[in-house]
Design a protein around this ligand. Sequence first.
Ligand SMILES: [Zn+2]
Length: 178
Amino acid sequence: MTDEEWWQSARNRALEIVETEGIYCGEVGCVVLNRAHRGGRPVFGIHGASILISEAVALPNVGQVTRHLCGNEACVNPNHLKAGTHAENAGDAVRHGRLVRGIRHPKAIKINKEDEDAIRADTRTQREIAAQYGIAQSTVGQIKRGEGRWTNSGSGGWNGKDDTPLRPRVGGLEDGGW
Ligand SMILES: [Zn+2]
């Protein structure tokens, strides 16, 4: 199998996964997957390798990266993914405010106060809710129980800070926390 064929078969499998397991969320039609993630992006196994779904869909060439046009790193909607240059990708990140703390916290996924209220009111399973927001199932549980720093948050984002990632302050981060 040539490299080209290898990647085409990987792409076909990735599209199949998106088609069969994808969950639509949000107004812009992002699609998320309830499966293992790497850096906040879902992965799949094929030919003994573990590949990012987004990368298999966008198929960036050497020197290119996968752009998330919607700014949602967890999204695998083929229409939201595109191969591009690092510069273009950086432009995407700035446009979506991902670079605010993105370098220190590349996996940060933000939710705001409205999301938080919606999650509390959501009657679906925590698994489904977690998939929609691209957050951990345990985080959904914490939000529902009113635990974590995002409780009593003001306007503009959880804890009143737009640039603060959703993540409980518990657990050890070597760099001293958030
Ligand atoms: Zn999207």
